[in-house]
Design a protein around this ligand. Structure first.
Ligand code: EPU
Length: 434
């Protein structure tokens, strides 16, 4: 069983290069199904979520070729609307984009209900509302989503989202790219990866305007052609290193970023006394010797990202005084707090609000990654704690962080990926593998 073993107490120092954005990549890969020709996608993050989606495309008949570490060529010319590998679909949230992509390409789709991190109920009613408005008949039965158009085509329409949803906005954009006529999405989400998806599709011949605002207009086109596209840097990966640098009192240059996408994180870090300096495509972080308390509320972009909530809680646990973290997106995203408490953090949770009595020293402990970003938070806590922290269930973390151990080690962290024998009795006989 693979775990991360962290000997904490080292300040992060040096430079780290950010990979392509996971939440853009996981929409762009399914969207490639719409492209008539070869699309070459650069800055593709090497993480298990993108691996799984590429495997799903291959199963549908796509030719997928890795050109180098971060460039993938996808040719969906010969894809068929067969049974996709449902066991993989079930594991990832982003498999919901296959509904829009398969409907756009084949006029019909069968997928599983999506998996992903468990933050309480995560319905897809707004996705279904969008597909239905575009003319599909959608039925959810026995854990599967069946969607079908009457005449093989989707038809443009006006869709008002009842909830600002990243996934529904992107799914409707994908579905509408080849629909007949114009689609208008109102109350759309505005995250940078939504703009990236629209830019990808536009570079292949789509006509999408307004992405990044709350009204997105999609004029359906006949077909999309091949081309080359580079995915934007990952806002959350960058934010995770920024927070880890600040929490350890380190000094790190976070490279290959779009500083504008990080402003919501930079602003809150500055309130804690952290020095944040923005350059063209990098951000310099210098941790404060005495972190200051602050309050944070997560919101859709351009608000403070919910995906940064767990790592930020770790930082606030180290800051002297009482901080309040309010979760504005999900009902149940504080499950990891129990793990943080094992390390000495004083946090109480009431519904969507966590009260953090900061300034208590963290001590190493065996902890679980409850989900992707909670896992990143456990690693951050381990880096700041005295003694050894062992993080289990790291497969969650590897869904979204490329070469996490390698990048942290390059910054001076004492972290290793260790393969523990299955029997707990032999847990002291560890085999280090990187
Ligand atoms: N919601 C509905 N109905 C829907 C869709 C969403 O009620 O049909 C609710 C959700 O339950 C939630 C809120 O609306 O309370 C926002 O959900 P959203 O649809 O925006 O989230 P998502 O598409 O499921 C994506 C990311 C998440 C990230 C959120 C918010 C992907 C694959 N996932 O999820 O990323 O937290 O947007 O920014 O893009 C992560 O990377 O760790 C991660 C969880």
């Amino acid at each position: 069983m693979e775990k991360y073993v962290i000997n904490g107490g080292k300040k992060l120092q040096g430079e780290v290069e950010i990979s392509g954005a996971k939440n853009a990549a996981v929409a762009i890969i399914p969207a490639a199904l719409l492209v008539d020709g070869v699309c070459c996608i650069e800055n593709m993050p090497q993480i298990s979520d993108t691996d799984m989606l590429l495997t799903i495309l291959k199963d549908l008949g796509a030719k997928v070729r890795l050109i180098n570490k971060s460039t993938v060529e996808i040719d969906c010319t010969d894809v068929h609307n067969g049974d996709a590998p449902y066991d993989l679909m079930r594991k990832i949230r982003a498999s919901y984009y296959l509904i829009g992509a398969m409907l756009g390409r084949f006029g019909a789709a069968k997928t599983t209900m999506p998996g992903g991190c468990n933050f309480g109920v995560r319905p897809i009613d707004q996705h279904i509302k969008g597909m239905t408005a575009l003319g599909a008949e959608v039925e959810v039965k026995n854990g599967f989503v069946y969607a079908e158009t009457r005449d093989g085509k989707l038809h443009g329409t006006r869709i008002y989202l009842d909830k600002v949803s990243v996934g529904a906005t992107m799914n409707i954009i994908i579905a509408a790219a080849l629909a007949q006529g114009r689609t208008i999405i109102e109350n759309a989400a505005r995250e940078p990866h939504i703009v990236d998806l629209a830019n990808f599709l536009n570079s292949m011949g789509a006509d999408i305007r307004g992405a990044g605002t709350d009204t997105v207009k999609i004029n359906g086109v006949e077909k999309l052609h091949g081309g080359t596209y580079a995915i934007i840097p990952d806002q959350i990966e960058a934010g995770t290193y920024m927070v880890a640098a600040a929490a350890t009192g380190g000094e790190v240059l976070v490279k290959n970023v779009i500083p504008r996408h990080l402003e919501c994180i930079s602003a809150k870090l500055r309130e804690t006394g952290t020095i944040v300096q923005e350059y063209g495509d990098s951000v310099y972080i210098k941790g404060a010797s005495n972190l200051r308390r602050t309050n944070v509320k997560t919101l859709p972009y351009p608000g403070f990202p919910t995906d940064m909530q767990p790592p930020m809680c770790v930082l606030l646990a180290l800051a002297e005084g009482t901080s309040v973290m309010t979760e504005g997106v999900y009902d149940d995203r504080f499950k990891y707090v129990n793990e943080l408490r094992k390390m000495g953090a004083e946090v109480t949770v009431d519904g969507r609000v966590a009260v953090i009595e900061g300034g208590k020293p963290l001590t190493g402990a065996p902890v679980h990654a409850c989900d992707l970003r909670a896992g990143a938070a456990m690693v951050t806590a381990g880096l700041c704690a005295s003694g050894t922290t062992v993080v289990e269930d790291i497969h969650f973390i590897e869904r979204g962080y490329e070469n996490f151990v390698g990048k942290l080690r390059a910054l001076g962290a004492d972290i290793s990926l260790v393969n523990f024998p299955e029997e707990p009795d032999n847990a002291d006989k560890v085999i280090a593998i990187g």
